[in-house]
Structure formats: C-alpha cells, structure tokens
Design a protein around this ligand. Structure first.
Ligand SMILES: Nc1ncnc2c1ncn2[C@@H]1O[C@H](COP(=O)(O)OP(=O)(O)OP(=O)(O)O)[C@@H](O)[C@H]1O
Length: 319
C-alpha cells in the first residue's frame, strides 16, 4: 500500500462574477483540479510541475485539508482523509507537513530561530526543549548557535534550512514543499536541493515537491507528474521522462528549461500562447490550442491515458 493514494480528485472554486454567470445560465464555479490520480510511496519523492494556474497548489491545499475536494478520494496511510474528523486532522497535520514558499519570511521577525522551529511542537502540545531545537538544526546542517538568531540575520539558504527544520519538527511522514527554491539564486538553489535529498535519507520522509524548477525535479524526485489545466498529462519515473518525454506539453516545458539537459533527445517544441482558463476549457484535448501537432480530431476527442513501457510511465494522448 502506498503512503498517499489520490484517486480521481476534483476541486472546484467559485467563479468571479458569479451573479452575472448565473444570470446567463452558466455554472457558478469551475474545476481547478479535474480528475487527478497519483500515489506516493513511503520515503519517495514526487515532483509536480506545470505552469502557473495549472492547479498544483490547489492539490497541496486539498491534501492538508485547507480546501475540501468536490469529489474523489485521498487515502493517507490507509485512512480516507475526506471523512477525517477534527480529531483525526490533529493527528494528520502532524504526519503531513507543509513547507510554504518563503517559509521564514512569512513568519514573525521577532521570533528567534529556536522559537520558529519548535513552534509546531508547542502548537501540538509537545515539550520543546533546547535539545529538540539543536536536533532539528543539525538535521538541516546548521550549527546549534543559530538557535539564538533572528530571521533577518539569516541568508536566503539558511532561511530555507530553518523552514525545512520547522516543517520536520513533528517528524512528518509526508513533507509537501511548495516552490522550495523560489526567489533563491542558482548556487543557493543547489544547496536547498542537496538539503532535501539529505533530509530524506536521514528521516525517510516522503516528499511532494511543487515547482516550476525543472532542475529541482531532476535532482530531487523519483517520479514526476506534469499538470496542465488541472489535469495530469504525463506521469512517470523522473529520469525516464527527462530522457523520453512523450506529451507535447512535457516536451515544450523541458525545451523551455533555462538549463536544458545535455542528454535530452527528441525534437524542440516551442510553447506559445497563454494557458487557457479552467473556467473556459477548450473542447477535446485541453492542450490542442497550443499544440504544434494538433489535428482536427484533437478539437473533439478527449484524450486518454496510454502506458509507455513497464515502469509506470503514462501519458495522455488523443484517441
Ligand atoms: N481561492 C481561489 N478562488 C478562486 N480561484 C482560485 C483560487 N485559488 C486558485 N484559483 C484558480 O485555480 C486555478 C489553479 O490555481 P493554483 O494556484 O492551484 O495553480 P498553481 O499551478 O499552483 O499556480 P502557481 O504556480 O502560480 O502557484 C487557477 O485558475 C487559479 O486562478
């Protein structure tokens, strides 16, 4: 059994201008996540990539109970999360930890690093002694004396380390990291990337990384999923997708990577045009308005999953 198993997840938001939409007889909400299924094994890392607005953060918010799914199932360690009571959630929140973008910048500048990293323990009614702060700091490669520092005394890379320490305070089994390298320069990004790998080796935590950063995905994840307009278009082992991307959108994303993979094969695909809105989905295949290989059939036929080889690599293709 996987640690996390998500099946046919659908998440809806209210539309802007709901009243006008209602008067025109249109739906008052839209699907931001539209039938997504995936699983994460204990101790493994899954990367979720896709342009802004594709629904990545919505999946994360739904996993940790900040947004209710419209339908579908989320099973964490054998337990259906959708039917969890408030008491179950108190436990689930310890086991699934979220590391937000800029995790320290968003916290109080008046708290010391010690208070910041041990705060989750206090919130959950656990004792947070000096040893605990030191244990967490050493887990993320910072010397114990950093406990007395304030956020403004930290470099960008140190701040991310503190963010990771805070997210690991309750010994979670799943860490959800939303854009862990956003806003950092290249050398510090490398530092964060190594940190996530090290932390995983030391603690065995499973990680879901949400990012635009393909280098992060390449170096940190075991598997990756590419999202477009609220749906997965391709999923599989990371190395295999980088070497043999199948979906035209995946190919375009890999070509647009500022640090392309020197081993990558296959044709260049340029991505043009804006991501359409999930409020007004294109007919047929979501990607057809931007796809260089679109045929007339793609405007009509819904694509479906096709398996690529035997390592759980699958891709959405038009029928
Ligand atoms: N609270 C909200 N109310 C209404 N619509 C929302 C809300 N949050 C997100 N959306 C919409 O849902 C869709 C998915 O957004 P989401 O933030 O999940 O995408 P994302 O891939 O995480 O983007 P980013 O990389 O910019 O964070 C977008 O069309 C977005 O405008």
């Amino acid at each position: 059994m996987s640690l996390l198993e998500v099946t046919d997840l659908r998440v809806r938001y209210a539309r802007q201008g709901r009243l006008r939409a209602a008067l025109r007889g249109e739906a008052h909400d839209f699907e931001a996540v539209s039938g997504v299924s995936f699983s994460i094994e204990a101790g493994q890392t899954l990367g979720l990539v896709g342009e802004s607005g594709s629904g990545k953060s919505t999946i994360a918010r739904t996993l940790i109970g900040l947004k209710a799914p419209a339908s579908g199932s989320i099973v964490f360690d054998g337990e259906e999360v959708a039917s969890a009571s408030a008491r179950d959630w108190a436990r689930l929140r310890r086991e699934m930890s979220m590391m937000w973008q800029d995790p320290v910048g968003s916290l109080s500048p008046r708290l010391t690093v010690r208070s910041l990293i041990t705060e989750p323990l206090r919130i959950h009614g656990q004792k947070a002694d000096r040893n605990e702060a030191e244990r967490l700091l050493s887990l993320v490669g910072l010397p114990g004396e950093y406990a007395a520092r304030y956020p403004h005394q930290l470099s960008g890379g140190q701040a991310r380390r503190v963010g990771v320490a805070r997210a690991l305070a309750l010994d979670p089994r799943l860490l959800i990291a939303d854009e862990p390298t956003a806003g950092l320069d290249m050398s510090v990004q490398g530092e964060v990337l190594n940190l996530l790998n090290e932390v995983q080796q030391r603690t065995g935590v499973a990680i879901l990384v949400i990012t635009h950063n393909l280098n992060l995905v390449r170096h940190v994840t075991d598997r990756m999923a590419i999202m477009y307009l609220g749906r997965f278009v391709e999923e599989g082992p990371t190395g295999r997708i980088f070497e043999h991307p199948r979906h035209p959108y995946t190919k375009a994303l890999l070509c647009a990577n500022p640090e392309p993979d020197p081993d990558a094969r296959g044709e260049r695909v340029e991505l043009s045009g804006e991501v359409p809105s999930p409020v007004n989905r294109p007919s047929g295949c979501d990607f057809h308005p931007r796809c260089p290989w679109a045929r007339d059939a793609c405007k009509v036929n819904e694509p479906d999953w096709q398996t690529e080889g035997d390592r759980g690599h699958r891709c959405m293709f038009p029928l």
